[in-house]
Design a protein around this ligand. Structure first.
Ligand code: PLP
Length: 469
C-alpha cells in the first residue's frame, strides 16, 4: 500500500475512535473475520442439531445487555452454544430434505458481500453488483435456451420466487381479461411444492390439481384436460425436479397445452433446475425453453450459500408492470435500467447472487457441470445398491438425485428409530417421508463430496431386524 494511503487511513481510524459512538471496532472485526475464516475452512460437524428451547435458553444465558458482553464472549457463545444447536446443512452425510453444499469460494464471498453491504434493489445504488448477478443469471438463461432478453433477479428462496412469478402471471392475465366470477386459478399437480399452495393463499386464488401419470409426472394431456374444462386459469406450474421424488414433469407437453390455451407457464426448478447443467439429464427438460418464468435455488444444488433463489422471466416486461413500487420518494429512481426491485416482491435487498457469481467466476462453469454430474453419479450408484439389495425396494425410478425406497416389513416407528440412530452417530442424516400413502425413506444428493460407498455401507444397517421390536 502507498505510504500516503496508509497515513490517511490511520488518520481516519483515530477520528473514528474519538468521535463515533461505537468506538474503535477493529479488534471486534478481526475476531469476527478470523472466526468466519475458521468456519469456512473447517469441516462441518454432522451431529450438531436443535435442542429444546428451554434447554438452549439456559445454556445461552443473556447476551443482549445494556453494557454489551464484548466480541470474545459473544463469539464464544455462538461457537460453543448457538452454532452447535443448528444442523449442518453442508455436511456430506446430510441427505435429508434438500441439504446444501456451497463451495468454500461462495461461502467466503458471502462474507465479502456482507462486508460491502450493497443496496442491490436498484441499478443506481448497486450497478456493479447487479451487473455481476445478471452475469450469473445469464448463465442460467443460456442453460434454459431462452433469448438473451430474458431477465430476472435473486430473491431469498423458492417460496418467494414462486410467489413473485405467479403475481406477475396473474397481473399479465388481468391486463387482458376480466377477473373470472369464481376467481383466478392456478393449475399444478399434487406433487408441486407446498409453496405453490402458500402463494395461492397469499394471492387469494384457487389451486386446481391436475392428476399425475402412473410414474408421477404432470403431463400435457392432464393439463390440457383441466384447461379445457376450467375457466379463469392464469398459470400452470410445472415442476422440474419434484422435492419428494426428484421427478421432472412433461414440460414439452405442458408447454403445448399452455400455448394452446394461452396460459402462463411457470417452471419450478428450485431443487432440480440445477440438472439443466448436466448433459446426462438435460434431455428431460425439453420444453423448458418455452416457459414464461422459472426459478432455481442455487442454495440447493448449485453450490451457493443461503439464501439464494434465481427468478427468471423470458420477457421481464410484465414483471416490471406487476412489481414496480411507486411513491414520491421513489420518483428519482431510473426505471429505464435493470432494477431487481422491479421484478419481485421486494425493494431493499442484499446482492445475494454475488456468492454464486463469484464461485461461478472462480471455478468456471465446466466445474459446475462436473459437480452436478458427480452428485448424479453418486445417487445412481446408491440406487444401484438399493436395487441389488433383496431387503430394500426402490420405489421410484430416479430421474435426478433423489432416491425413494423402503424396507418392506418395517413400520413408521422402525424408520423413525433407525433414522434417529443413524443421525446420532453422524453416519448419515436420512429422514422418512411418505410415498403413495406409506412411510418411505428418502435421500437427496446435492453434495459432490458425498461418497456413495459410505452411504451404501450405512444402508446395510437396514438389513438388520426392525430396531423397535
Ligand atoms: C425447496 C423448494 C421450494 C421452496 O424453496 P425455498 O427456497 O425453501 O423457499 C419450492 N419448490 C421446490 C420444487 C422446492 O424443492
Amino acid at each position: 500500500m502507498q505510504k500516503a494511503q496508509c497515513d490517511s487511513m490511520s488518520v481516519k481510524k483515530e477520528s473514528r475512535a474519538d468521535h463515533r459512538v461505537w468506538g474503535d471496532e477493529d479488534e471486534i472485526v478481526d475476531a469476527a473475520i478470523d472466526y468466519a475464516w475458521r468456519r469456512i475452512t473447517q469441516a462441518p460437524d454432522p451431529v450438531s442439531g436443535a435442542r429444546p428451547a428451554a434447554d438452549l435458553a439456559l445454556a445461552a444465558g443473556t447476551a443482549v445487555t445494556p453494557w454489551g458482553i464484548g466480541a470474545a464472549a459473544a463469539l464464544t457463545l455462538f461457537d460453543q452454544v448457538l452454532l452447535p444447536a443448528t444442523r449442518s446443512q453442508n455436511a456430506a452425510t446430510n441427505l435429508a430434505y434438500i441439504p446444501a453444499a456451497p463451495t468454500r469460494a461462495a461461502l467466503a464471498f458471502d462474507t465479502v458481500t456482507g462486508a460491502a453491504n450493497i443496496f442491490a434493489g436498484t441499478w443506481e445504488a448497486g450497478a456493479g453488483a447487479v451487473h455481476a448477478e445478471n452475469e450469473a443469471l445469464a448463465w442460467l438463461t443460456g442453460l434454459l435456451g431462452w433469448p438473451s432478453t430474458a431477465a430476472g433477479c435473486f430473491v431469498s428462496g423458492g417460496t418467494l420466487g414462486n410467489l413473485s412469478a405467479l403475481v406477475t402471471a396473474r397481473a399479465a392475465a388481468a391486463a387482458s381479461r376480466p377477473r373470472p366470477a369464481d376467481g383466478w386459478k392456478i393449475v399444478c399437480a399434487d406433487s408441486a411444492h407446498s409453496s405453490i399452495e402458500s402463494a395461492a393463499r397469499a394471492m387469494d386464488v384457487t389451486v386446481v390439481t391436475a392428476p399425475v401419470d402412473r410414474r408421477g409426472h404432470l403431463t400435457g394431456d392432464a393439463v390440457n384436460a383441466v384447461l379445457t374444462s376450467t375457466a379463469g386459469v392464469f398459470a400452470v406450474v410445472a415442476t422440474a425436479g419434484t422435492t419428494n421424488a426428484g421427478l421432472i414433469d412433461d414440460l414439452d407437453g405442458i408447454a403445448d397445452a399452455c400455448a394452446h390455451h394461452e396460459v402462463w407457464l411457470h417452471v419450478d426448478g428450485a431443487y432440480g433446475g440445477a440438472g439443466l447443467a448436466a448433459p446426462s439429464v438435460r434431455h428431460r427438460y425439453t420444453g423448458i425453453e418455452r416457459a414464461d418464468s422459472f426459478i432455481v435455488d442455487p442454495h440447493k444444488w448449485l453450490f451457493a450459500p443461503y439464501d439464494c433463489c434465481a427468478l427468471l422471466y423470458r420477457d421481464p416486461a410484465p414483471a416490471r408492470t406487476a412489481h414496480s413500487q411507486a411513491a414520491s420518494y421513489l420518483d428519482a429512481i431510473d426505471r429505464d435500467v435493470h432494477n431487481p426491485a422491479d421484478l419481485a416482491l421486494h425493494l431493499s435487498r442484499r446482492a445475494r447472487g454475488l456468492p454464486f457469481w463469484f464461485s461461478l467466476a472462480v471455478h468456471g462453469t465446466d466445474r459446475y457441470v462436473r459437480a452436478v454430474e458427480q452428485t448424479l453419479t453418486t445417487s445412481r450408484r446408491v440406487a444401484e445398491a438399493i436395487r441389488a439389495d433383496d431387503r430394500l425396494r426402490l420405489l421410484v425410478e430416479p430421474e435426478l438425485s433423489v432416491l425413494l425406497f423402503d424396507r418392506p416389513g418395517w413400520g413408521p416407528q422402525d424408520y423413525a428409530t433407525w433414522s434417529a440412530r443413524t443421525a446420532a452417530t453422524g453416519a448419515m442424516l436420512c429422514v422418512p417421508t411418505r410415498w403413495n400413502g406409506a412411510t418411505a425413506l428418502r435421500l437427496a444428493f446435492v453434495n459432490p463430496d458425498t461418497r456413495a460407498e459410505e452411504v451404501i455401507e450405512t444402508l446395510r444397517t437396514l438389513r438388520r431386524g426392525a430396531p423397535t421390536r
